[in-house]
Write a protein that binds this ligand. Structure first.
Ligand code: ZN
Length: 301
């Protein structure tokens, strides 16, 4: 296994694909998962156990986990939103789950029909259920840096949620800039405090590039000590047919960005880029990443 100084968790299969209007066949997803692992990816979110009518792209979550060729040393995770999702994940032997609440009351109510307080109680219940079945839990905080409805989220609310998640038994904490509204100074200040609160519990950042500040925010977080980031191949995500909407920061761009600074991710840029190019030609989606479009020689330098 390659050693890496930063860990990138690949989100393209879930956060990315779920935004596509066409459903990708299970066999194709399994092929991409295998190729990403071959490229050196060691953490990968492969599905979400959500209602198949709401997210048809994720209707094959069970099939993915049943047919997955699980490799040692690779974390295959799934996202769940409720108890039903946890139960489905338990049934197919998922070992790592992402469970989150939104720091924005308005977003929480629109997304889950629960107030923040209700969502916190539900979260604790789901974390307990998952951990009772030997599943490790990444406890997420969505909209940690800003909300389109509420604007800037008070930092204290995020800190309170981190403490809440740690008390609930989280194995790691993830702060999500779901809206891409974060800026580097805010990231630096919030994350520095969050790292202190987390102590020995790993802290990951889930950054969206909606306002084109993804890598700047990543760098701010890296400088204060974060070593785990979510990325998506090609920057896939956001609705590809809505101008300006973008997904997570692109995996290839992040590999390249770190490599130029002498920080190793352990992931082969060109192997990931080949998948992004395939997704682009299969779907006619315009991906927001930069590096997958460049010839291999340029990205290697
Ligand atoms: Zn996301």
């Amino acid at each position: 296994m390659s050693t890496s100084e930063v860990i990138l968790e690949e989100q393209g299969l879930r956060d990315g694909l779920q935004t596509l209007p066409m459903v990708i066949p299970t066999e194709k997803k399994l092929e991409w998962i295998a190729r990403l692992v071959d490229a050196g990816v060691r953490r990968i979110q492969v599905a979400s156990f959500v209602h198949p009518r709401l997210v048809p792209q994720m209707a094959d979550a069970e099939a993915i986990f049943q047919q997955l060729d699980r490799r040692n040393g690779v974390v295959y995770s799934a996202l769940v939103l409720n108890q039903k999702g946890v139960e489905r994940a338990i049934a197919v032997g998922v070992q790592h789950l992402a469970i989150s609440v939104s720091a924005s009351d308005t977003h929480s109510q629109k997304n889950t029909r629960m107030t923040l307080e209700e969502a916190k109680a539900d979260f604790r219940h789901n974390v307990r259920l998952a951990r009772a079945h030997g599943i490790s839990v990444r406890a997420g905080i969505q909209c940690a840096f800003g909300c389109r409805y509420e604007g800037r989220i008070p930092a204290q609310r995020v800190f309170d949620l981190i403490k809440h998640h740690l008390d609930a038994g989280a194995d790691e904490i993830a702060l999500a800039d779901s809206t891409g509204m974060a800026h580097p100074v805010q990231v630096r200040e919030l994350v520095a405090e969050a790292l202190i609160l987390c102590g020995a519990t790993p802290l990951a950042l889930h950054l969206h590039n909606t306002e084109n500040k993804g890598l700047a925010n990543l760098f701010a977080a890296y400088e204060v000590g974060v070593r785990q980031f979510d990325t998506a191949f090609g920057g896939l995500g956001g609705c590809p047919f809505i101008p300006g909407a973008t997904g997570n920061i692109a995996t290839e761009d992040t590999i390249h960005f770190f490599r130029q600074m002498g920080v190793e991710t352990g992931i082969d840029l060109e192997k990931v880029a080949a998948i992004s190019r395939e997704v682009e030609s299969m779907t006619n989606a315009h991906l927001s990443g930069a590096l997958y479009k460049l010839p291999a020689l340029l990205s290697a330098s």
